[in-house]
Design a protein around this ligand. Structure first.
Ligand code: SF4
Length: 252
């Protein structure tokens, strides 16, 4: 059990959020508008896969589920890189169990360029941190990364994608990632709940899905009526699956 990109981004917003994701995901309340934005982001990422022409997708699911089989994805990625694949989507890597799947990895004469797809019109600081986490894992796995890019919304239907280079920015964050990733591993594994007090982090950069639980308030549905907080009362094993399903559901 290491740290994934989603774990890192959520744990840096609030350690308690990361702990709850791992141990009590049934307490999440995801507003419908947030879910719609996550779904739109996934659609945008799917469309971006073909932006450089033919590609190979590395996604593998556990049989009969929609849960990614990370070990199989890592193995497929390794095989296809060795075979000289030009464009790999959801290319998966792990270093000391810390894991990422890169939206698009594109072969260059010197190595690979990486592309992180975001369903947004402008570069935001959290997007750069997100890309920096992947850059960190790739380098730790011995991948020669030339440049790092964000793929954003284009201005028109004819030009749906806009590419922004963030190589310099992500390189600067390498030490910052390394300074925090091991502590977040400890947070995730902690047997007792991390009792971070609610504060500004509950809404910045994203509204937290555990708001009702941590603030001792009933969840509210769209009409403001009291709703059941525990939307998913999963069994313990299902909780772990729920957490893994969150990969790729980072907001933005
Ligand atoms: S509601 Fe606030 S304190 Fe609770 S997990 Fe979320 S960010 Fe952390």
């Amino acid at each position: 059990m290491g740290i994934t990109k989603t774990d890192f981004m959520r744990g840096m917003q609030c350690p308690r959020m990361l702990w709850l994701d791992r141990h009590r995901p049934g307490l999440r309340v995801i507003p419908p508008e947030t879910q719609a934005r996550l779904d739109a982001g996934n659609d945008f990422s799917d469309r971006a896969m073909g932006m450089f022409g033919p590609y190979e997708e590395m996604t593998v699911y556990r049989p009969g589920t929609d849960v990614p089989d990370k070990a199989a994805m890592i193995e497929r990625t390794r095989e296809r890189m060795e075979a000289g694949a030009e464009v790999l989507c959801e290319a998966a890597f792990s270093n000391y169990n810390n894991y990422c799947a890169v939206d698009i990895l594109r072969r260059t004469p010197a190595g690979y360029d990486m592309y992180e797809v975001k369903n947004a019109g402008e570069v935001r600081p959290q997007f750069v941190k997100d890309a920096a986490f992947q850059y960190y894992i790739l380098l730790r796995c011995g991948v020669r990364v030339g440049k790092a890019f964000l793929v954003l919304h284009g201005e028109t239907e004819e030009e749906p994608f806009r590419i922004e280079e963030v190589t310099r920015e992500v390189r600067k964050l390498y030490s910052w990632i390394n300074d925090h990733i091991w502590e977040l591993n400890r947070v995730k594994k902690a047997p007792e709940e991390i009792r971070t007090e609610p504060g500004p982090q509950c809404t910045d950069p994203y509204p937290c899905w555990y708001w009702a639980y941590c603030h001792g308030e009933p969840a509210r549905d769209e009409d403001g009526a009291e709703a059941e907080v525990r939307l998913f009362e999963d069994a313990a094993g299902q909780d772990a699956l729920s957490t893994e399903r969150m990969e790729g559901t980072d907001e933005g």
